[in-house]
Design a binder for this molecule. Structure first.
Ligand code: DQA
Length: 147
């Protein structure tokens, strides 16, 4: 099946961006590992990072037409601001897991609210880059046996 991995703003700077909070893995490292994990199970994974909300909205809308079966998304700062991305995910009705590298609940209060969590299948946060792997593992099992 087609799985889409979406990374929001500033995540292109992973590796050098506040490594104490976000870790030392680069976005390329994260994407490469997930591609291997997806391919081993016979799935195709496409990754997109953008700093632009509209680009992400457009890609989610397109996912509604291209057979994408599952989305893994770290909306980054848009987590706390974007009704538009929330609405796009609701519009296409593709199940998704929300991932955050850091434990947003242990940080500033403006990071405690997410426009995504109540409509996500689930949320993984605070487990660093490994969180994406767990999300993909969930997606693969969910595609085999939706529950
Ligand atoms: C983040 C947490 C957000 O609050 C922040 O704006 C990010 C990254 C995370 O992965 O921990 O850019 O989504």
């Amino acid at each position: 099946a087609r799985i889409l991995l979406i990374h929001g703003p500033n995540l292109n700077m992973l590796g050098s961006r506040e490594p104490g909070i976000y870790g030392s893995a680069t976005l390329q490292d994260i994407n490469a590992n997930l591609m291997i994990q997806a391919q081993m199970d016979g799935h195709s994974l496409e990754a997109l990072q953008s700093n632009h909300e509209g680009v992400l909205v457009d890609r989610i809308q397109a996912a509604g037409q291209d057979g994408t079966a599952f989305i893994i998304i770290n909306p980054a700062a848009f987590t706390h601001t974007s009704v538009a991305l929330r609405d796009a995910l609701l519009a296409v009705k593709i199940p998704f897991v929300e991932v955050h590298l850091s434990n947003v609940h242990a940080r500033e209060s403006f990071r405690h609210h997410s426009y995504f969590s109540d409509v996500a299948v689930g949320v993984i946060c605070g487990l660093g880059a490994r969180g994406y792997g767990y999300a993909l593992q969930y997606a693969i099992q969910h595609l085999k046996q939706p529950s």
